[in-house]
Every structure is written in structure tokens, then in C-alpha cells.
Design a protein around this ligand. Sequence first.
Ligand SMILES: [Zn+2]
Length: 196
Amino acid sequence: MAHVASGDLFREALAKQTELGQLAKSFMDRGELVPDDVTIAMVMERLSKLDCAGGAILDGFPRTIEQAVALEKALGEKGLGITLVPYIKVSEETLLVRLAGRWTCRNCGAIYHQLFDPPNEPGVCDECGGELFQRADDTPETQRHRIEVYFEQTSPLIDFFKQRGILVEIDGEQSVEDVRSALLAAVARVRSGGVS
Ligand SMILES: [Zn+2]
């Protein structure tokens, strides 16, 4: 399935100066939040591409109830819908430790962790040899803020999707391998018909 990350869509639309990218920029230039309908239009445009025909994994979106409601509506109009929402549950302490050690490849986007998944050579990507960097939003202060925003705006989505019967809770305190197998098992169950 195609991996559709809202952050990537944004960066791409801005870089390519697409119509939606320019529209988004006009809000950002005024110091305003980009309205949900602009973000949803970007996501829907991406989902109409050929590689999404067999389904897609949405990453980073929706983050609020309003966005989820609007996304459901937009998908419904195309005869599409959300079939699975994996909720990878971790404590705040674990989140902070993981975020603090995260490094991203400037070239290919591969993600490393200085404790749990270090590159063979510090600062260099195993996949492509690119330079690793810490995102500006990966500093301790911004992390605390992101976690606060999450609890305020995003955590209500847990109940929202639970009520729809499509939420699958995965224990995120486990090892990377165990989280991976739990996720794959959840996806396999949906593909063979229905969340259980
Ligand atoms: Zn790389």
C-alpha cells in the first residue's frame, strides 16, 4: 500500500508550487493555520493517484475530530472509507526518550534512533550515505509541546474511531519487531475481512 504522509504532501506542494501549495502558503505567510479543507484536498488528490488503488496508509492525518469527520465525508463521496486505525499506545516517558534520539536522513528520509536503531556510521545513512539530521521539531521543548497538543487535540480520536469499530490498540512499549508483527497481523486481519 502507498504511504501517504501529510507532512510530505505539504512540503512537496510548497516546493512544486502547485495550486494547493500556493493556497496553503498564503495562509502560512499570514501566520494562520492552513484550513482543514486545503489539507483534505491535498490528501484526496494524492489518494486519486494510481499507486493508491489498492489502498493507502495515512500518516500524520487526521489529527483532530474535525479533520476526521471531514476526511470521512470526502472519502465517502468517492465510495471509499477508513478500514483500520492502529493505535500504537506508549507512555509519555517512552515517547520522550524515543523522540529525543531520532535522526532523519536528509536525502532519503530514512529514520534512525541513536539508542534503538543506530546507523552503522554516526551521522551517515546506511541506505544511501546521506547526511543525518535532527528535525527542528525533535528538540526537547518542541517535543513536550507536541505531546501536549496531542493529548488535547488528537487523543479524542481514540474514542472516535473506537466507536466506529475500526481501532486496533497495539502495545507500543514492546520491541520494534513485536510492534511490527502486531501491526502486520492487524492489517492482515482487515484484509481477510473485518477488524477483530
Ligand atoms: Zn538515506
